[in-house]
Design a binder for this molecule. Structure first.
Ligand code: NAD
Length: 345
């Protein structure tokens, strides 16, 4: 039996990436859609053959609690709305798959986790790289010390955004996007630094940049970069930007070799090279399976009680690190961290 998902938010990622991927999932299907736009509800509902009573407006959402066709809600709204709609979905008794970033603060993440516990429902963050063959192969290679002892991780996720403003585009609006590129793109590098090192940083030192008079950056940062020190002595250097030429790479360099992922976390086209004495390019599989595998994984967790690989606790950990990055940049000093990612006083 397949798990029924209600899609909340019918924007670019939901319509162009995720909804078409349900066809490749074995145990997940779209059971309902939720949108504020009646035309979209009609067009998308017709395209996916959804009955009229499986098309919900936001005002109607509470009614979804009684809809037996819907097991889980997939929140694909602007990031500043993730917490509110996750809590609403739990209140309706549904499981929740929530897009990254989980929310815009660790306090919101804690509220989401608590709501899931109260409702006795599962929460998963849609960190698709955990289901992508190249990133999974990189995790395995690092776990068996294929580059020797880790010394340096470098990541960059950047692109140059066209002219826009906070009223026209939620991605440059602080209430909906937080600080901007770090929550949106840099979070892939932050995640990779953690799953490749298998450590938490003990300190972070960061810097942000916001050009004056550019409406794109009236509310958010243009660049965010940080340097992390791990207990092993390894260092991670992360950069992310909405104002530099496109980049998406992850490098992990150790005492005997290096792992190069470039591009590292795209929808497709990943490359993974192991440098050093055993230099070779690895081709662990089609990156595009990441979308359907993520859906099937959550379906397994719901149906069989299997543990969620990317739970709310992981999203919370990441928001703590994001808060530490901004705190360091704002204070202009290195911030010490506890093992759970909270800042040391
Ligand atoms: P988008 O702008 O294309 O779509 C956002 C949708 O939310 C639109 O349909 C919009 O109408 C709707 N919406 C509802 N309330 C809104 C409000 N108050 N303000 C603005 N829009 C509102 O964005 P997207 O690219 O689809 O991103 C949605 C979420 O998915 C974000 O959290 C983003 O981080 C995430 N995302 C994840 C990936 C990934 O690879 N995992 C890729 C892209 C986006």
């Amino acid at each position: 039996d397949s798990v029924g998902f209600a899609m909340v938010g019918l924007g670019g990622y939901a319509l162009n990436q995720m909804m078409p991927r349900f066809a490749q999932a074995e145990r997940a299907h779209v059971a309902a859609i939720v949108s504020g736009n009646p035309d979209k509800l009609r067009e998308v509902g017709d395209a996916y053959g959804l009955p009229a009573d499986a098309r919900y407006s936001y005002e109607d959402f509470a009614r979804i609690g009684a809809d037996r066709r819907v097991d889980a809600v997939y929140v694909v709204l602007p990031s500043g709305l993730h917490a509110e709609w996750t809590v609403r979905a739990f209140a309706a008794g549904k499981h929740v798959l929530c897009e990254k970033p989980m929310a815009l603060s660790s306090a919101e993440c804690a509220r989401m986790i608590a709501a899931g516990r109260r409702a006795r429902r599962k929460l998963m963050i849609a960190y698709r790289s955990h289901f992508e063959p190249h990133n999974m192969a990189a995790m395995e290679l690092m776990a068996r010390d294929a580059v020797g002892r880790l010394r340096l991780i470098r990541t960059e996720q950047s692109y140059r955004m066209g002219p826009t403003s906070p009223s026209a585009n939620w991605r440059v609006n602080r209430a909906l996007a937080g600080g901007g590129p770090l929550e949106d793109l840099g979070i892939y590098g932050l995640q990779a630094a953690l799953y490749l090192s298998r450590e938490m940083p003990e300190s972070i030192s960061a810097t942000t940049f916001r050009p004056e008079g550019d409406p794109r950056f009236a509310e958010i940062f243009a660049h965010v970069s940080s340097q992390w020190r791990f207990p092993s002595g390894a260092v991670a250097q992360l950069a992310t930007s909405y104002d530099s030429a496109g980049a998406n790479f992850v490098h992990a360099r150790g005492t005997t070799g290096a792992l190069i992922m470039d591009p590292a976390t795209n929808y497709s086209g990943q490359r993974l090279v192991l440098e050093g004495p055993e230099r070779r390019e690895l081709e662990p599989g089609d990156p595009e399976v990441q979308f359907a595998r993520q859906l099937d994984h959550f379906a397994d967790a719901i149906r069989d009680g299997a543990p969620v690989r990317t739970p709310g606790e992981m999203g919370l950990r990441d928001l703590r690190l994001i808060e530490a990055i901004y705190a360091s940049a704002a204070a202009g000093r290195t911030v010490g961290l506890n093992p759970d990612g909270t800042m040391r006083r």
